[in-house]
Design a protein around this ligand. Structure first.
Ligand code: G3P
Length: 216
């Protein structure tokens, strides 16, 4: 499973890229608004930091507007992927952009039928939202498992990008059910690498080493 960062914070991406574990970045209008600054400049910087896919979401809600905006976003860098919501207009925009060779990530997917339609329209990625389903008492990971199962059964090559990840267990479960990608906040990536016993063990190693060297 590839690991993406879900952020528009360039400093977070720069730090995580140095770890050698970041395969791409996803953004959305909320993350862009939080980052502030010029969205195009942020996307250009992200695209230069990470060779993999950088998802940039349209604001338009009509098909013509999405297509026009998508073309502009795709022109920013070769690795920009255009993100559109799973709506009828989003399906039409996906179909039109895909025919032009522009990769599309269909987002805000909350049930398998939406993923099936997005793939049929030509989406390169579909983003089932795990955390927001958990937030309302549903089982978000089961959606990812359903989409993976359906895509495999149908020989669909659209990639399943598990999104709305809230904690490390979501990442582990997404990997277990076969998601192609998990996109997560930097906070979750940091949680993935940390464990109190790792910290305690390292501290003990260093103390024992220093104690022995003191006796040399
Ligand atoms: O960026 C798409 C998705 O990962 C956002 O999820 O629920 O944390 O806003 P959420």
């Amino acid at each position: 499973m590839r690991l993406f960062l879900d952020t528009a914070d360039v400093s977070e991406v720069r730090e995580a890229v140095a770890w050698g574990v970041v395969d791409g970045v996803t953004t959305n209008p909320t993350l862009m608004a939080r980052a502030g600054g010029d969205p195009e400049a942020i996307l250009r910087e992200l695209a230069s930091l990470v060779a993999g896919p950088i998802s940039a979401e349209v604001i338009a809600t009509d098909a013509d507007g999405m297509v026009e905006e998508g073309r502009r976003l795709a022109a920013i860098a070769d690795n920009i992927v255009v993100k559109v919501p799973i709506t009828p207009a989003g399906l039409e925009a996906t179909h039109r952009l895909a025919r032009e060779g522009i990769k599309v990530n269909v987002t805000l997917v909350f049930q398998p039928g939406q993923a099936l339609l997005a793939a049929r329209a030509g989406a390169a990625f579909v983003s089932p939202f795990v955390g927001r389903l958990d937030d309302i008492g549903e089982d978000g990971i089961s959606l990812v498992a359903d989409v993976v199962e359906i895509f495999r059964a149908q020989g669909i090559t659209t990639q399943v990008l598990a999104a709305s990840i809230r904690h490390p267990q979501h990442v582990i479960e997404a990997a277990r059910v076969g998601a192609d990608i998990a996109t997560m906040p930097f906070k979750v990536l940091k949680q993935l690498v940390q464990h109190p016993l790792t910290d305690a063990g390292l501290e003990r190693f260093l103390k024992d080493w220093q104690a022995a060297r003191g006796r040399v």
